[in-house]
Design a protein around this ligand. Sequence first.
Ligand SMILES: [Zn+2]
Length: 72
Amino acid sequence: MPLRFNFCPFCNEKIIFEIDMKDINSSHYPAPVYIQCKLCKKTSTFYVDSLLRVSYIELDKKPGGIKTIKTK
Ligand SMILES: [Zn+2]
């Protein structure tokens, strides 16, 4: 499973999470996935491309995601 490093948009702490193709609806890209920060517990929406690279982040929970991933 690919590991991704990024920053939580709420608390700005560095986050690490694992993501797999089964975590997203791959019918169109960028595809949303919900990321729950283990530090502040808040959930944001990360949009990933077909290589599961993060394209952009939205602060709230946008429609279209199929899974919430907790950060490590
Ligand atoms: Zn956070």
